[in-house]
Design a protein around this ligand. Structure first.
Ligand SMILES: [Zn+2]
Length: 190
């Protein structure tokens, strides 16, 4: 079944077929003939730090409600990835940040998702969790709730952030293949 069943433009029924000059099936409106291309989602976010602490938010929404995550969300139209990362952090935690570098690019083709994560420094420790967060907190490294992280990407991004802070020449983390295995719950296993 096509991902959409009715044309967003005219309401006509959608068929999956290969448009002329194309090479894969697309949702095409059988009434107005518009092709409704579908492309991966871009998620932007950041590992934010204040002095030796790392910012995490406890999710108030599914999926993984109640678990801890870094601020991240879908890039909006007409927004740069940096703007999106700062916006998400402010919406979810109230934090004010300055981006220091690109931290990671994670490809999740099974979800049709690309994540661009930044390393960012909090300009003040003040936090005000938004509606999508139950709480927001700055954790010392040893106090991070490793067994209650929402997603494997959070684990890998935190570890890469810690390495990058001590080695400013380190490249962003591009090792998406490790996302396919579960993150260790013990940070010493990473
Ligand atoms: Zn249509």
């Amino acid at each position: 079944m096509p991902a959409i069943q009715f044309c967003p433009a005219c309401g006509g029924p959608i068929q999956e077929l290969i448009p002329v000059g194309d090479n894969r099936k697309r949702p095409v409106c059988s009434a107005c003939a518009r092709v409704h291309y579908q492309n991966p989602n871009v998620v932007v976010g950041c590992v934010a730090y204040y002095q030796e602490g790392y910012l995490l938010c406890r999710r108030a929404i599914e999926p993984r409600s109640g678990f801890w995550t870094i601020p991240a969300g879908y890039l909006e139209l007409n927004e740069s990835t940096e703007e999106g990362a700062l916006r998400e952090a402010h919406e979810e935690s109230g934090a004010h940040l300055e981006i220091r570098s690109l931290l990671a690019v994670y490809n999740l083709p099974h979800l049709s998702q690309v994540q661009l994560l930044y390393l960012a420094e909090m300009t003040t420790p003040a936090l005000m969790p938004g509606e999508e967060s139950l709480e927001a907190e700055i954790f010392a490294w040893q106090d991070i709730p490793w067994s209650e992280l929402a997603f494997p990407t959070v684990f890998w991004a935190l570890h890469h952030a810690r390495l990058m802070r001590t080695n400013k020449t380190l490249s962003p983390d591009l090792a998406s293949e490790k996302l396919l295995r579960p993150a260790p719950t013990n940070p010493l296993e990473a």
